[in-house]
Design a protein around this ligand. Structure first.
Ligand code: AMP
Length: 278
């Protein structure tokens, strides 16, 4: 497994490995959710490159950049065992040197949901993903549905910028009790960890009443709200029923594919999850 730290080194590795390349962008502290993306990429490409970069431009000043969990030796051992060919490990100073001033920003689909409480977040994400694509030069890039808005923002960016990279969505990997795997789950206290599966239970219950024919958006939203609010350790940031592609909030009835998504705080830890309706 080769480790590349600069864009020039990464690009020359790519030129020396001309088969199809799948890429999995990550912020490290890897778990089974990341590895599921890696395995899918391995199955669909001649080789796989994984990037590990905790991207400062997608964190606001009050967020968890400094304490974001990191374990590079463990991540590298997991990727080596999985059969990854290259790991791109850029540094913050290499990515954003003095004088840096170029950003990629996607408009409407970045505004609701995560964008409402994290207004500079997606500009950081789309900028870093563009830079990662330019260094790694993959044919396909694999993203988790767990970060549902991020996936839509990146799909929109790839279409709008005529990107040659195919964006491949991958299903959310969950703990046995339903909690979506996340590097941030490590922040949860044992009590919070025990309470957090309420999120997925609420989403699944709403999907079941939807499957039984309930289409009223307000009732669906309120059922999720009430289910999560029954758990006193969780503080709801939002419960949304939105158009599955544009993420515009729906009202009235669900008449087209929708994304039911939530953000819930357990103490200082903010968890997001979603499920598709229809
Ligand atoms: P992160 O390291 O959290 O930035 O995530 C890197 C990639 O892994 C993103 O595309 C995430 O959506 C994806 N990912 C994170 N957690 C999961 C999960 N539980 N299931 C599937 N994909 C995930």
């Amino acid at each position: 497994m080769d480790i590349l730290e600069s864009p020039a080194a990464m690009q020359s590795w790519r030129r020396a490995h001309p088969g199809t390349l799948g890429m999995v962008p990550t912020m490290g502290y890897l778990h089974e959710g990341h590895l599921a993306l890696v395995r899918r990429a391995l199955a669909e490409n001649d080789a796989v490159a994984v990037s590990i970069f905790v991207n400062p431009t997608q964190f606001a000043a009050n967020e968890d950049l400094d304490k974001y969990p990191r374990d590079e030796p463990r991540d590298l051992a997991m990727l080596q065992a999985a059969g990854v060919a290259a790991v791109y490990l850029p540094t913050p100073a290499g990515m954003y040197p003095e004088g840096y001033q170029t950003y990629v920003s996607v408009e409407d689909v970045t505004r609701p949901l995560e964008g409402a409480s994290r207004p500079t977040h997606f500009r950081g994400v789309t900028t870093v993903v563009t830079k990662l694509f330019n260094a790694v030069l993959p044919d396909r890039a694999y993203f988790g549905r767990k970060d549902g808005q991020q996936l839509r923002v990146i799909q929109r960016m790839a279409i709008d910028l005529d990107s040659p990279v195919e964006i491949v969505p991958c299903d959310t990997v969950r703990e046995p009790d339903g909690l979506a795997m996340s590097s941030r789950n490590v922040y949860l206290s044992p009590e919070q960890r025990a309470a957090a599966p309420v999120i997925y239970r609420a989403l699944v219950a709403a999907r079941e009443v939807f499957a039984d024919g309930l289409r009223d958006v307000a009732t669906l939203r309120e059922s999720v709200y009430a289910a999560i609010a029954s758990e006193p350790l969780g503080a709801i940031d939002y419960v949304s029923v939105a158009d599955a592609l544009t993420l515009e909030e729906l009202d009235g009835v669900v008449g087209r594919p929708a994304l039911l998504s939530v953000a819930v705080r357990f103490g200082a830890t903010r968890l997001i999850d979603n499920i598709e309706l229809g």
